[in-house]
Design a protein around this ligand. Structure first.
Ligand SMILES: Cc1cc2nc3c(=O)[nH]c(=O)nc-3n(C[C@H](O)[C@H](O)[C@H](O)COP(=O)(O)O)c2cc1C
Length: 164
């Protein structure tokens, strides 16, 4: 069972998604704050730069992680074709842990030129247990409800561990 959702949200879309996932899974939502992106204009410029450079800003540490057999859900936006900086920072924390990790991204456009998911997977060093992408125009649609159901069902499936 997942017990923790880590979310970064600059303008609220990812936070809404995290709350929906919390209602479906019972997992607690923990907000990851990075104040530098809140500044008018310069915050946006820094966000674009960190999205392009796949940079990881400093976040309040350490994240309060659940036991390692519990799936951690991470939620945040796409920035400049990449994951937002705070998601990179969360993944850097999880890399050295054994939790199964599920990723939920929000984005402005359904069509992406870059592939933020495989970049994050490479950074994590293992595959995500489940992946969900919610473009802003699809929010509240039946298709998105179905995708959320599928995502949660995948997360709730017990992880299969293959003995060595
Ligand atoms: C700095 C910045 C860069 C963005 N770059 C992209 C992008 O490359 N592709 C995209 O589809 N959406 C992009 N977006 C839109 C966000 O990913 C989208 O609106 C997201 O849902 C915002 O999530 P939030 O409200 O949780 O911050 C960008 C938004 C910001 C603020």
């Amino acid at each position: 069972m997942p017990s923790k959702i880590f979310v970064y949200s600059k303008s609220g879309q990812s936070k809404d998604l995290a709350e929906r996932l919390s209602m479906r899974t019972g997992a607690d939502v923990e907000d990851v704050k990075v104040n530098k992106y809140d500044w008018p204009l310069i915050g946006y410029v820094l966000a674009v730069r960190d999205g392009i450079k796949a940079a990881a800003p400093k976040i309040a540490l350490p994240l309060q992680l659940p036991p390692s057999d519990e799936t951690v859900i991470i939620v945040g936006p796409v920035w400049a074709g990449g994951a937002c900086g705070p998601l990179n920072a969360i993944v850097d924390q999880l890399k050295s842990q054994n939790h199964p990790v599920a990723l939920a991204l929000t984005c402005g456009s359904p069509k992406q030129n870059a592939d933020p998911i495989s970049k994050l997977e490479n950074r994590l060093g293992r595959s995500f247990k489940a992946v969900l992408k919610v473009p802003n125009p699809d929010e509240g649609s039946k298709k998105t409800d179905q995708n959320i159901d599928d995502f949660v069902a995948q997360i709730l499936e017990p992880s299969v561990s293959i003995p060595a």
